[in-house]
Design a protein around this ligand. Structure first.
Ligand code: NAP
Length: 243
């Protein structure tokens, strides 16, 4: 089995992806940003198959340091670009420029830098053995986030473009690049944005009638990391209950 780097693995969807990757037999290095205690609990729960390192994905030097830790563990076979923030709620007319820059630095620049460092290691034309990159997008990229967070939606639309374009660049280099696009998933991200009841209040608008669980997103990511999706690249898979 492989060695997977997962950003933002300490909580929510990322933590579910870490648990699933370990259950699938992978070794994992995951990053956390601020919640060291959550990261430590997850490392303990993974029984030595996962390690954690602090990394702000908005800082390219910190991403490079995380990759150096991966290199010390073995040969990288997969990257999950999961770390992401919403920046909170704001109408476009009132959006502070620092909020926009912070969201783009974390959600877009972070994904780009991690993807390029992964490609340099995994590309068969650079001496690598190939691999799989999975980006966490959002249905907001399609819905637009109007009245809530157009800045966040736009950042995830950029993740979709990175996914499609990079897949075309590196398909002949042994690397598949895909995205999972969650809908309303029950994690802390909504409370962090200032609306803890958001997913339950909006569940009526979901054809399956409920918010999703982080583990349901992790299942799709695990499939994209595995050889069972060997002919799948450049796709964006909704995990959204039909919304
Ligand atoms: P979450 O519960 O808020 O967890 C966010 C994770 O990202 C945490 O592990 C956090 O680390 C880490 N993180 C935050 N800022 C970071 C930074 N600057 N550098 C590195 N790590 C950082 O979020 P989630 O709901 O699991 O979301 C995970 C991904 O799915 C995100 O990309 C999000 O946009 C996407 N998504 C979520 C939903 C949803 O409804 N939940 C829907 C669509 C897409 P700490 O624990 O250290 O703070």
């Amino acid at each position: 089995m492989g060695l997977i780097l997962i950003t933002g693995g300490s909580r929510g969807i990322g933590a579910a992806i870490v648990k699933r990757a370990v259950a699938d037999g992978h070794s994992v290095l995951f990053t956390y940003h601020s919640d060291r205690a959550a990261a430590d609990r997850l490392v303990a729960a993974c029984g030595g198959r996962a390690q954690a390192t602090r990394c702000d994905v908005a800082d390219p030097a910190q991403i490079a340091a995380a990759f150096a830790k991966v290199d010390a563990m073995g040969t990288l076979t997969g990257l999950v670009n999961n770390a992401g923030i919403t920046g909170g709620f704001a109408r476009v007319a009132d959006l502070p420029i620092d909020t926009l820059r912070g969201v783009l630095a974390t959600n877009v620049e972070g994904c780009f830098v991690a993807a390029q460092l992964a490609v340099r290691r995994m590309s068969t034309v650079r001496g690598g053995a190939g691999g799989s990159v999975v980006n966490l997008s959002s249905q907001a990229a399609r819905l637009g986030g109007g009245g809530e967070w157009v800045h966040y939606a736009a950042s995830k639309a950029a993740v979709d473009a990175l996914t499609i374009g990079l897949a075309r660049e590196v398909g002949r280099e042994g690397i598949r690049v895909n995205a999972v696009s969650p809908g309303l998933i029950d994690t802390d991200i909504h409370a962090t944005a200032g609306d803890p009841d958001r997913v339950h209040r909006m569940a009526d608008g979901v054809p399956l009638g409920r918010p999703g669980a982080a583990a349901e997103v992790a299942d799709a990511v695990a499939w994209l990391l595995s050889d069972r999706s060997s002919y799948v690249t450049g796709t964006i898979i909704p995990v959204s209950g039909g919304r």
